[in-house]
Design a binder for this molecule. Structure first.
Ligand code: R5P
Length: 287
């Protein structure tokens, strides 16, 4: 029997995981002093117990990351036997290499700090799997594709195509299509002439077909909106949009709903479109 502790980004998710596993939900107080500093106090008895901490590194990334470290540190000081850290959304994952000399390798720095006070680590659809190589404790990436697939299965679409907006999301698109039992493809950018770029599916024709576009995250929405515009021009019928991590900067949801029949995400980050819970994924991994 373990205890699940929620960081402030994952309160509902942590409760669901605790219920699934029949674990206790840890009692704690998290609030801010008037100057913005964190006050954190753990009220549950944790000595000698397995503790699971669930916290996403979502906006505001820096203070949520600090909160995660504070939770781990306090649990360790209070004598937790084992600390399992679950970071459903690994913020800073896009800073996984030094694009220019002297840049901070933020994805590595985060890994190094998380593992200082943790025995095991889980995340979901991390931007690049190689980030896990920065960890020296057991670290695993969980795939949310089957959950997105299950969601769209209920729509009973007519021979849909699952499309990735670029090659980077092709594994996700394939995973979703496997559950729905349909075609998948990715959008390829071709330079036809100087200043003339064409974006279209690598293999399939989207004309008159129902399309589900999937990506690991939607941030500004730029990638998704460009993808939708292109396939609309190419005759796609109904368009559905899904992502794992709804980072959602600005009024991107409103923009997406002007093009798509449905826009859905998981609750790795709570949002207006987080209709798919990743709790079964986490609970299964922790069992
Ligand atoms: C890119 O590598 C990612 O998979 C996403 O496509 C990208 O980060 C989405 O960002 P935005 O919504 O700002 O285009």
């Amino acid at each position: 029997m373990g205890i699940v502790f929620a960081g402030s980004t994952c309160e509902i998710l942590a409760r669901e995981v605790a219920e699934d596993l029949n674990y206790e939900l840890g009692k704690l107080i998290i609030r801010r002093f008037p100057d913005g500093e964190l006050y954190l106090r753990i009220l549950s008895e944790v000595e000698g117990k397995k503790c699971v901490v669930i916290q996403s590194i979502s906006k505001p990334q820096d203070s949520n990351f600090f909160e995660l470290l504070a939770l781990q540190d306090t649990l360790r000081d209070m004598g937790a036997k084992e600390i399992v850290t679950v970071v459903p959304y690994y913020g800073y994952g896009r800073q996984d290499k030094r694009f220019k000399e002297g840049e901070c390798l933020s994805a590595k720095m985060i890994a190094e700090h998380i593992q200082l006070r943790s025995n095991k680590f889980y995340t979901i659809n991390i931007h690049e799997e190689k980030i896990l190589d920065f960890f020296e404790i057991p670290a695993k990436n969980l795939e949310a594709a089957p959950l997105l697939g299950d969601y769209f299965k209920t729509y009973e679409l007519n021979s849909p195509v699952v499309l990735a907006p670029d090659e980077g999301a092709i594994t996700l698109a394939e995973g979703v299509s496997k559950v729905i039992n349909c075609d998948f493809d990715y959008l390829e950018k071709k330079r036809l002439a100087p200043g003339k770029v064409e974006i279209r599916p690598k293999k399939l024709d989207v004309k008159n077909r129902e399309i589900i576009i999937v990506d690991d995250m939607i941030d500004s929405g730029g990638t998704m909106i460009e993808a939708i515009r292109m396939i609309k021009q190419q005759g796609a019928k109904n368009i559905f949009v899904a992502c794992v991590h709804p980072v959602l900067t600005g009024n991107v949801i409103t923009q997406l709903f002007t093009y798509a029949l449905d826009v859905v995400a998981t609750n790795t980050i709570p949002s207006q479109i987080s209709f798919i819970t990743v709790s079964p994924l986490i609970s299964h991994a922790l069992k």
